[in-house]
Design a protein. Structure first.
Length: 168
């Protein structure tokens, strides 16, 4: 996965529209479906929980289908990229303990995964204005830079591939 610089304003604007559309679709769709089901299949007890739940579930499935179908649309470029970046970083984070141990031994794949993780995290945190943990990230990056100097390596985070994690 390549790290690309994206516009914070454009990303936030598009993400806001996607969230608002999903919330509106969920509210309207679940009400329409559940009320239709209640009209066709009324319950004498007055409890329509299962029809309401069915409406929410069917609408959620429809929203997921719509989001999946619109992944390639230019409007969704930043939103999908950030979502995929978060998934890639989560996969690294789950194996971070083993990656750090291997990095201390000079494993190039581990060092590349760490470099990608730190650069990707910095990109995400800048998009979200999350400055709280930037100092911790700078400390981790300095430790990684020290390791790369020790092993005389220069690592580009864009060389990272998910298959590098298979060894950990």
């Amino acid at each position: 996965m390549q790290l690309i610089k994206i516009s914070k304003a454009r990303y936030r604007s598009h993400l806001r529209y996607v969230f608002i559309a999903c919330i509106a679709l969920l509210a309207i769709g679940s009400l329409v479906i559940s009320q239709t089901l209640i009209a066709f299949f009324p319950n004498e007890d007055g409890s329509h929980f299962h029809w309401n739940l069915s409406g929410v579930m069917l609408t959620s499935i429809f929203i997921a289908w719509c989001l999946n179908k619109s992944r390639q649309h230019p409007f969704m470029l930043e939103v999908v990229y950030v979502w995929e970046l978060k998934q890639a970083l989560n996969k690294i984070t789950r194996k971070m303990h083993n990656i750090k141990k291997s990095a201390k031994k000079g494993d190039v794949n581990a060092l590349t995964a760490l470099q990608f993780s730190y650069a990707g995290s910095r990109l995400l945190w800048e998009l979200d204005d999350n400055a709280i943990v930037m100092d911790e990230l700078a400390i981790e990056q300095l430790a990684l830079d020290t390791l790369m100097q020790k092993y005389q390596l220069s690592i580009d985070p864009n060389n990272y591939t998910q298959s590098m994690l298979d060894a950990f």
